[in-house]
Every structure is written in structure tokens, then in C-alpha cells.
Design a binder for this molecule. Structure first.
Ligand SMILES: C[S@@+](CC[C@H](N)C(=O)[O-])C[C@H]1O[C@@H](n2cnc3c(N)ncnc32)[C@H](O)[C@@H]1O
Length: 255
């Protein structure tokens, strides 16, 4: 497993996870593409924009079009979850972030993706709402994080006190169109004793950077070479900053 640690692997996460050994990961923290361009009514589909006109994701990801027939998307995500579940240890867990949406006037929760997996809890991530002029329903302001856990998974001591509704503003200063807020990932990883954290949809590298900061190991997988480069740069910058901080602290103590 040592060969995999603290690396960003650029490629398809299903192919790569299949090469990784069973029971090698303590924690998975991830947010897949949401299949946004395959939607009945948000203007993402044909580029007209609609309520998404100003959304960063209007242009999509750099190497992925996020537009699969729904059934195919569900099957793909279930295959990804199956691999993640195989990789985690008996006390491991998966924090799987997703978003519910309204399709043809009906709620599309993501039960079809997670059914059959041992979902222990749904955490509500309350974020700022986007722009939505749909008079048929209230402005959506949250995403969900499915905690899918193997039997022996436990949180760190006292971590459970924060409850299951978390408020974090989405990240604005990041070249990636859909990055995690650093504080959200800090909450997740910091609530566990996990030593090895995997993000198979690593994007700009938020999970890796937070894992490093908490002195844990990471394994990151990302399809887009552009985002792999972005993540590598962020990690390198973080290493330099923590070295500088260590140096300054050591110098302070020397005085
Ligand atoms: C929601 S974004 C993740 C953003 C990430 N959480 C961050 O903080 O930057 C989903 C990512 O999945 C990547 N992706 C799409 N298909 C993939 C695949 N088959 N394997 C690995 N990554 C993929 C996209 O390029 C995109 O960067």
C-alpha cells in the first residue's frame, strides 16, 4: 500500500481503485460529478444557462462532460461505491457528498445510488442557495453527505457533539468549478482517527491538502490532467507553507 500513499493518480477512478488492495483505506471522502448536464430543467443541458447562467459549472469540468443517461450514471456511481466499500477496513467509512434535485417536478433523491449500502446517517450540509426562480418549490440550500460505514466505524471522542446539520459556505477562491470548502473536509477528517484517506474524485485536491494538514496520509484520484496539476500545485504550496511555519515556530522557541 505504501506505493499509493500521498500521491495524486491521474486517471479513471474505477480502473485505479480496482488495482488497490482490499482493506487498505481508513476513510473515503468524496464528491462525484452530479450528472448536472443531464437534467430536465436547469438550462445546463444546451448551454442556454437559465438559472445556471453564471454558475461555474456551466462550462462543465475540463475533461468530463457530466452528461450520462440517468440509469447509466446510477450504475456507474454504484460501481464506484462498491470499489470504495471493498477498499475500506472493517472500521472504515465513506463520506459521500451528493445533491438532491427536482426532475420533472419530482424530488430525485439519490436513494437509487446508495440503496443496499450500509448508510448509517445523512448529514445535511447547509450552504448558500444558488439562484432559482422556480415558483414550484422553495430555494434549495443544502447538499447531503451519506455516511456509509462498516460495522466497527467510530468517530473520535466527542466529535459527535456537532450534530448532523453543518453550515459551511461554498468555496469561492478556487479555479475548480465545484471544490469542497476546506472547513467541511477538516470537519470530516478531523472527526475521525483515520490515517489513510482516499478521494477518488479529487478535483483540486482539497481532501489531500486537509489530510496533510491533519498529518494523515492521502490517496487522490482525478481524471482531468488540469485538475491533477492544480492539486499538485496546491499540495506543494501547502508543504512549503507548513515548512515555513515549522521553521518560524522553531526559531521562536530558540529565542
Ligand atoms: C465535484 S468534483 C470534485 C471536486 C473536489 N471535491 C474538490 O475539492 O476540488 C468531481 C471531479 O470528478 C472528476 N471526475 C469525473 N470523472 C472521473 C473519473 N472517472 N475518475 C476520476 N475523476 C473523475 C472531475 O474531473 C471532477 O474534478
Amino acid at each position: 500500500m505504501d506505493n499509493w500513499l500521498d500521491k495524486i493518480i491521474c486517471g479513471d477512478c474505477l480502473d485505479i481503485m480496482k488495482k488497490m488492495p482490499d482493506n487498505s483505506i481508513d476513510l473515503v471522502v468524496t464528491s462525484p460529478p452530479y450528472n448536472l448536464k443531464n437534467s430536465t430543467g436547469n438550462g445546463m443541458k444546451d448551454g442556454r444557462g437559465g438559472k445556471w447562467a453564471n454558475a461555474a459549472l456551466q462550462k462543465g469540468y475540463s475533461h468530463y462532460d457530466d452528461n450520462m443517461p440517468h440509469e447509466e450514471y446510477v450504475e456507474w456511481q454504484r460501481n464506484c461505491l462498491t470499489e470504495m466499500f471493498r477498499l475500506i477496513k472493517d472500521d472504515g467509512a465513506i463520506f459521500y457528498n451528493h445533491k438532491w434535485r427536482v426532475q420533472d417536478g419530482l424530488l430525485q433523491d439519490r436513494q437509487d445510488i446508495v440503496s443496499g449500502f450500509p448508510v448509517r446517517q445523512i448529514i445535511v450540509w447547509k450552504r448558500k442557495g444558488g439562484i432559482n426562480f422556480n415558483p414550484g418549490y422553495f430555494l434549495p440550500t443544502y447538499e447531503v453527505i451519506y455516511l456509509i460505514a462498516k460495522p466497527d466505524f467510530k468517530l473520535s471522542a466527542k466529535a459527535n457533539g456537532v450534530g448532523d446539520v453543518w453550515e459551511f459556505t461554498q468555496e469561492m477562491k478556487n479555479g475548480h468549478p465545484a471544490p469542497f470548502p476546506v472547513a467541511l473536509i477538516d470537519r470530516i477528517i478531523g472527526s475521525t482517527e483515520a490515517q489513510v484517506v482516499l478521494d477518488p474524485f479529487m478535483g483540486s485536491g482539497t481532501t489531500a491538502v486537509v489530510a496533510m494538514g491533519l498529518k494523515r496520509h492521502y490517496v487522490g484520484i482525478e481524471l482531468s490532467p488540469d485538475y491533477c496539476e492544480m492539486a499538485e500545485k496546491r499540495i506543494a504550496k501547502n508543504k512549503v507553507e507548513s515548512e515555513l511555519l515549522r521553521h518560524r515556530t522553531a526559531t521562536l522557541f530558540d529565542l
